[in-house]
Structure formats: structure tokens, C-alpha cells
Design a protein around this ligand. Structure first.
Ligand SMILES: [Zn+2]
Length: 405
């Protein structure tokens, strides 16, 4: 139903197969929704339509319809993915999950036109499938049953075979999918289409996202209110579904916007913008004892550049000296245990913070020296990048707010 744009590396579930070079995965939550759909068809709708069918007929038809329903969801996601690829955006995998599918489209569209085309491709696919299954059902209805349709619709439906019955249901759910997804609330497809139009008109992606995300939240709240009303006034447990989907959508709408602002903020950010430039050095000739007592223990700094003849020759940290026996500490010098700068893992000051972030966090948030033209110019940790985002995120959002007002 919705198309989350997950970051690369986030994957879950079971690998099914590959199609057009895109890996198709199945989240475990799909098993629950699949069972619910098959159960409601085999135990509710089909017995109602076909009082004369055997239980075997109900369940086989329900199972088949359920499988084709998930194939329809997959076709919807594939439509997004293949169009995205035409615009040069990589789509490594699609994951089917509780509320539909997730196409992992690696980056956001660069132009409103691309965003519009990618977003509308999915609902158009669902619409086409709705028409296709509708046609199949219409063609499959025998002539004598057709005559019966107007006089006694119930008897006519009861006379339909399993294939026509399944096609009728698949036609209606694909139409519902197309319509539901075109509701103009971000991050639904309709919200993306809406955002692309606003983006085209205003030329401001952030402003467009803000408005589309707000309508997305409104829509989520409306669904929750409808669900609550259904639950309380009509004692209809189906209201719980509305509450759940509504909550999910309003949450997603807010989260997608925050994610976009963060990505935008990080986009041009370099390591030099987030690194700590205030740091002390230790002379290469200092003894280990001197380093521990007068440098390491007197400061919160964890990584120390070692200064030799006015230049940083290497780096030394707590882990490099912790294992040295007490008696040896006065005799050995910092230069003996430091990691030479040439062999140390460092970051370039002009590297992008976004690309450094993952490596920094993966390394357990350890401090890393930042170098420029052979000199250490700063020290950075993954949490420094996150701290920068926390401090600057509101600025980007504020700017969008100002424009909106
Ligand atoms: Zn979609």
C-alpha cells in the first residue's frame, strides 16, 4: 500500500526470488495478513456467495485468490521500481510486508517529473489489474447466468465458477488499492504525486514535503477517528483495523518528513563541519606514565595526536597504554606505542559526513582523527554527526514553516 523508502542496508524477512534483477523478500508479518485474508474469504465471503460449495472449494479458491492478491501487490511495487530504474535510481529489493509492499528505492527522485511518474506508476498498475480481472470475470460469466444477473443477483453470483469468483474479488481489491493509494497524504502514492505537483509549482521540495506530510497526518487521524466511531457506535471490531492503519500512516507521514529534512541537512555536510577542532596533543618524548597521569586522566579527550618536531607523527589512545605494566610505564615513551599516522585509520576533512557516519557508528562510536594535507585538524565520532543533526534539524524545518506562513 505504501512505499517506504528505506535506507540501504535495512532488510528483513525471507528472500523469495529475483525478478528484473530486483530481490523480492517476504516479511514475516505477511504470513499473518495472508492467513487473515484467506480466512475471511474461505470462512466469510465465499460461503456467503456460494452456499452450495464444499469447504474444499471455499478454501482452494480463497488460497488461490490470496496468492494472486500478493502477486498484485508485487506488481504494484514492481511498477514503481521499474519506472524508478528508468530514471537511473537503483532498486536493489522489494519487501512485501503487513501493509503492502516496500520498494527500496535508493535515492529520492531528482526532479518533480521523475517523482510524479514513479509515484503514479503503482496505482496505475493496480488500476490496470482491476480492469484486467474485471474483464476476465465478465468474459467468464456464462450467457445464461448473465440473463439472471438483473432478476436474481444472488442466484447469479452463486452460479459463478471459482475462477470467475476469484477474478471478481481480485478486480475489486485492486480498484480499492488504486483508490486508497491515491489519497493525497504523504507517504502514500497520492501524497507523493501531490508533493511532486507542489514541488513543481513552488520549486521547494522541503515546503512541498511539509504540506504533503501534514495532509498525510490528517488522513491518518481521520482514519483513526472513523475506526473509533465504528468501534464505539457500531460495535464493529473492523474499526480496530482503521485505527491501526491510521496510526501507522500518521506516524509514517511525520517520520518521512523528519527523515527527508535530516537527509537534506546532511547532504552537503562535510566531516570538517562536525569534527571537534579543540583537542590537545602529547609530545612524543613523554613517558607512558606522564601521558596517563597528566594527559589522559586530566581530560575527557580519548584520542591523542602525538607531536614530534612540530608535526603529528601518530595517534595514541587509552587502549594503546592500558595493557602496559605499571613498572614499565616510566621507562617507555608514547612514541613506542602510538599508531603512526600513515598507518592509522583516519578521515579526510572534506569527506561527506553522511558517508562517514555509518562507518563511525559501526566502529562503536570510537573517535577517529581527521586529516587535511597530512596534518591532523580535528577528531570526530559518529555521535558528533548525530549531535549536529539534532542541533540543525529544526532550522531546516523552520525554514519550510516560514515559507508556508
Ligand atoms: Zn505504491
Amino acid at each position: 500500500m505504501t512505499d517506504l523508502r528505506l535506507g540501504a542496508g535495512e532488510r528483513s524477512g525471507l528472500r523469495l526470488f529475483s525478478v528484473f534483477g530486483i530481490e523480492i523478500r517476504l516479511d514475516i508479518s505477511v504470513v499473518i495478513i495472508f492467513a487473515l485474508i484467506v480466512f475471511s474469504l474461505g470462512n466469510g465471503l465465499f460461503p456467503q456467495w456460494h452456499p452450495d460449495w464444499s469447504p474444499l472449494q471455499y478454501w482452494v479458491t480463497a488460497l488461490g485468490a490470496g496468492i494472486v492478491f500478493f502477486a498484485s501487490l508485487l506488481a504494484h511495487e514492481l511498477a514503481h521500481s521499474l519506472v524508478a530504474r528508468r530514471f537511473g535510481i537503483r532498486v536493489p529489493r522489494i519487501t512485501l510486508f503487513l501493509f503492502g509492499g516496500v520498494a527500496e528505492i535508493e535515492s529520492d527522485a531528482e526532479t518533480p517529473q521523475a517523482e510524479f511518474t514513479i509515484a503514479i506508476a503503482g496505482p496505475l498498475m493496480s488500476l490496470a489489474l482491476g480492469v484486467l480481472f474485471g474483464l476476465l470475470a465478465t468474459l467468464g460469466i456464462p450467457v445464461d447466468v448473465r440473463a439472471l444477473l438483473l432478476d436474481d443477483p444472488q442466484a447469479a453470483v452463486a452460479a459463478l465458477g471459482p475462477l470467475v469468483t476469484a477474478s471478481l474479488w481480485l478486480s475489486s481489491v485492486n480498484f480499492v488499492l488504486a483508490i486508497f493509494n491515491m489519497i493525497p497524504g504523504f507517504p502514500l502514492d497520492g501524497g507523493r504525486v501531490f508533493r511532486a505537483v507542489l514541488w513543481r509549482v513552488t520549486g521547494d521540495l522541503l515546503l512541498a514535503s511539509r504540506v504533503a506530510s501534514t495532509t498525510g497526518r490528517w488522513f491518518g487521524w481521520t482514519l483513526m477517528a472513523l475506526g473509533l466511531w465504528n468501534l464505539l457506535a457500531h460495535k464493529d471490531p473492523g474499526g480496530l483495523w482503521f485505527i491501526m492503519i491510521g496510526w501507522f500512516l500518521s506516524h509514517l507521514a511525520a517520520a518521512s518528513y523528519t527523515q527527508l529534512v535530516t537527509q537534506r541537512a546532511l547532504r552537503a555536510l562535510k566531516v570538517r563541519d562536525v569534527m571537534r577542532t579543540r583537542f590537545d596533543t602529547v609530545p612524543a618524548a613523554a613517558s607512558i606514565e606522564d601521558f596517563i597521569e597528566n594527559y589522559l586522566l586530566r581530560s575527557s579527550q580519548q584520542l591523542w595526536p602525538v607531536l614530534e618536531a612540530g608535526r603529528v607523527a601518530g595517534l595514541v589512545a587509552l587502549r594503546d597504554v592500558a595493557g602496559i605494566p605499571l613498572l614499565e610505564r616510566p621507562r617507555r615513551r608514547v612514541t613506542d606505542v602510538m599508531v603512526p599516522l600513515a598507518g592509522a585509520s583516519v578521515l579526510a576533512a572534506d569527506a561527506l559526513a553522511s558517508s562517514a557516519l555509518n562507518a563511525l557508528l559501526a566502529a562503536g562510536d570510537e573517535p577517529v582523527a581527521v586529516v587535511h594535507e597530512g596534518q591532523v585538524v580535528g577528531i570526530v565520532r559518529g555521535s558528533d554527526v548525530l549531535r549536529w543533526v539534532t542541533l540543525h534539524r529544526n532550522l531546516a524545518g523552520q525554514r519550510a514553516n516560514d515559507l508556508q506562513a
